[in-house]
Design a protein around this ligand. Structure first.
Ligand SMILES: Nc1ncnc2c1ncn2[C@@H]1O[C@H](COP(=O)(O)OP(=O)(O)OP(=O)(O)O)[C@@H](O)[C@H]1O
Length: 237
């Protein structure tokens, strides 16, 4: 997967003046290879963890698999109708209330208005935010925003292929335990699962196989303990 990135964004008045005088500089873009020749197959029923350092390409890979991003080259064979990609907080508007955001965010992930009317109370009670639903989300703490986002994202019935992008480890310790329980239930009733997480503890406890992506390349593919141990010892002498 290759991205075009603009470079040399002016950081001072002087640089800005120079870029104004030289339009070529303003439009300079570089090509960046975010994923490089990655190839693997996932069979139904597998629970696959994806690990890697920041910026290694994990979310890009999930977006390509789920069809949010078209790959610049290569192909993905997957039945997209069966895929659900869960990410947190996309489509939240901080100037709207919690209640309004449930409807806005819910609509973005495919709920109908009637479906949301039916689920509204359980979404709010899972997030434990019933006293705050008429407050603007701007006034929420970051943990409260994550709790509401998690509760909305996980309230749909489990799809055949579930893709989770960093949805665990949100909120305080009590909410984390509760959200992990919910994810376990979803995993048990869903057939195939892909999970991106920075927690090798979570990956070890949930997955049957792990892919380690580093600098856009597939560095390892194997059983959770072996791959997580190699990842954890990376950089250690
Ligand atoms: N739309 C985009 N345009 C340009 N570059 C992008 C775009 N999306 C991602 N990138 C770049 O691709 C690389 C991989 O990003 P990605 O979000 O997939 O990493 P990640 O492994 O999920 O990181 P993290 O663990 O920090 O969430 C990064 O260098 C990022 O800057």
């Amino acid at each position: 997967m290759r991205f075009r990135r603009t470079k040399d964004t002016p950081t001072s008045l002087k640089e800005w003046m120079v870029s104004l005088l030289n339009p070529k500089l303003r439009k300079q873009a570089e090509s960046f290879l975010a994923l490089d020749s990655i190839s693997f197959r996932i069979d139904p029923g597998e629970i696959v963890g994806i690990i890697g350092t920041n910026g290694s390409g994990k979310s890009t890979l999930l977006k390509i698999i789920s069809g949010v991003l078209p790959p610049s080259s290569g192909v993905v064979f997957a039945d997209r109708r069966k895929i659900e990609l869960l990410t947190l907080g996309t489509g939240f508007d901080l100037e709207l209330t919690g209640r309004e955001n449930v409807y806005l965010n819910g609509a973005l992930i495919g709920f109908t208005k009637r479906g949301l009317d039916r689920k509204y109370d359980s979404i709010v009670s899972f997030a434990e935010l019933s006293d705050f639903m008429d407050e603007k989300v701007r006034n929420y703490s970051s943990g409260m925003v994550s709790r509401l986002a998690f509760s909305i994202a996980t309230s749909k019935s489990t799809p055949r292929i579930l893709i989770l992008d960093e949805v665990l480890s949100v909120g305080d310790r009590f909410f984390r335990e509760k959200s992990e329980r919910r994810i376990r239930e979803m995993i048990q009733s869903g057939s195939t699962v892909l999970i991106v997480s920075h927690s090798t503890q979570v990956i070890r406890s949930l997955c049957t196989r792990v892919l380690w992506i580093e600098r856009g390349k597939l560095r390892a593919d194997g059983d959770p303990d072996t791959v997580c141990r190699a990842y954890e010892t990376m950089g250690k002498v």
